[in-house]
Design a protein. Structure first.
Length: 150
């Protein structure tokens, strides 16, 4: 187990990746300290502007508006914004797009599903002082609801 680096931001090397590419990362284990901070902005944070190098390219051309997580049992759309209500609203809108674009839901079905499903969860992960206070939220949907059998 390596102790150096940041498990959220690296350092890692992904050959042929470029800024904005969608990457699949499988995290097998993380041991956290008692306190920590992560900062993600274009050109800022632990990786700085390291995405400018041409050798960091990927064949994937898909662009997403915010981080998405595919956990073993659920999909989670992340968003950081302010105030908290706007962060939640944006995360819901991004998850709505994800369901339509990648899982084939109609806009109306995706909207109704997110509004009425009692297993949809809103998680507030952290608040960060990045200029002004931002809230980081995730909207979680169990994968069992991604099939169109309902």
């Amino acid at each position: 187990m390596r102790r150096e680096g940041n498990p959220c931001a690296g350092p890692i090397v992904v050959q042929r990746a470029q800024a904005g590419d969608v990457l699949v990362v499988n995290i097998h284990d993380i041991v956290v300290d008692k306190q920590g901070v992560s900062c993600i902005f274009a050109g800022e944070g632990p990786l700085g502007d390291s995405f400018k190098y041409p050798e960091c390219r990927s064949p994937a051309q898909k662009r997403i508006p915010w981080m998405r997580v595919e956990a073993p049992q659920s999909i989670i759309q992340i968003c950081a914004f302010r105030p908290l209500e706007e962060a939640v609203k944006q995360a819901f809108l991004y998850l709505l797009d994800w369901l339509i674009e990648d899982y084939g839901f109609s806009p109306l079905d995706a909207y109704r599903h997110l509004e009425l499903n009692p297993e949809v969860r809103i998680n507030v992960y952290q608040m960060g002082m990045l200029g002004r206070l931002n809230y980081t939220v995730g909207i979680s949907l169990p994968k069992k609801h991604l099939s169109r059998s309902w």
